[in-house]
Design a protein around this ligand. Structure first.
Ligand code: BJW
Ligand code: ZN
Length: 248
């Protein structure tokens, strides 16, 4: 892959990096993306499952879908893309802003992580909001569990369409985007808002915008550098190239 010198020079002069990640970074771990080739929503429509009304209409179906995905996630591990981001911490002030709910950045060892769309491992009661973060619901394969305090339905702590993003996570992400020198948008179709604003915020505030994706996206025209291919290959390659370049 061709890594331009001008890009390596920008990287060398940078202190703060934001990695804004989407489902594509976890694809090489074996977790299906939402859209595009192999996307889980090519078969299941998001509006039928990832919204609160769908959950009220058919809680068992939505719960079963999340249990299925949790099982896949539990059986996977971080890939070289996640691990390269951790290694960047040896040379830069790194913030990970992720739309993913899969915990793979944390399992890889990234330190500063903001989760814009929640976390699939956590749960709470829709009625009294009691949290069930460390409760093992693996026996509830097809039936949604009920809250032991009020009998309400228990839902995954993820952000569905029409719901607000966790304010603290979003505000911290916006701040990191405003202050960074480079933002890498990795494996995201960048179509879901307000998360998709993050790369534009960085660019507007003077950061270099770098895209890594299998294909072009809405962001491509705004990106200063675009690397087409698998993030699990490109991120380690960029790191290697940077380490060689800084020795020069
Ligand atoms: C690789 C690769 C490899 C593959 N290497 N690359 C402004 C404008 C328009 C619409 C809106 C707007 N503001 C709000 C909206 C509505 C809506 C929205 O954005 N809709 C658009 C889709 C039209 N947004 C919302 O509803 C949000 N809430 C909100 O705005 O609240 C305010 C409000 C309140 C009340 C009323 C009205 C407004 C909430 C959005 C929540 C999104 N939730 C989901 C589900 C999470 C739970 C779960 O996991 O089940 O989050 S949707 C889904 O999409 C998930 C993802 O985080 C998100 C983004 O997807 P992502 O990560 O980009 O993945 P993909 O699959 O789309 O792309 C993968 C990419 O990787 C592809 O490009 C591949 O090419 C690439 N790839 N393999 C590199 N190996
Ligand atoms: Zn309750």
């Amino acid at each position: 892959m061709d890594i331009p010198r001008s890009f390596l020079e920008e990287l060398k002069n940078s202190k703060k990096i934001v990695f804004f990640t989407g489902a594509g970074i976890s694809a090489e771990s074996g977790i299906p993306t939402f859209r595009g080739e192999g996307g889980i929503w090519n078969k299941l429509k998001p509006e039928e499952l990832a919204n609160f009304n769908a959950f009220l209409r058919n809680p068992d179906l939505v719960w079963e879908w999340y249990q299925y995905r949790r099982k896949i996630i539990n059986e996977t591990k971080p890939n070289p893309g996640h691990l390269a981001i951790v290694e960047f911490e040896n040379y830069f002030d790194v913030t990970v802003v992720t739309q993913n709910v899969d915990n793979l950045h944390r399992r890889a060892g990234s330190k500063k992580i903001y989760e814009l769309h929640g976390n699939i491992e956590k749960n709470y009661c829709i009625n009294c909001k009691k949290r069930f973060d460390d409760v093992d619901f693996s026996n509830f394969e097809k039936n949604v569990p009920k809250c032991d305090s009020c009998g309400g339905l228990i839902r995954p702590d993820v952000v569905w369409f029409g719901e607000f993003l966790p304010e603290d996570q979003f505000e911290a992400s916006e701040k990191a985007a405003r202050e960074c020198d480079i933002l890498f948008a990795v494996g995201t179709s960048a179509v879901v808002y307000p998360a998709a604003n993050i790369p534009y915020i960085a660019k507007r505030n003077g950061a270099v915008l770098v895209e890594i994706n299998l294909e072009r996206t809405d962001l491509s025209n705004y990106a200063n550098f675009s690397f087409l291919g698998k993030s699990g290959e490109i991120l380690p390659e960029i790191l290697r190239a940077f380490l060689n370049y800084r020795k020069l």
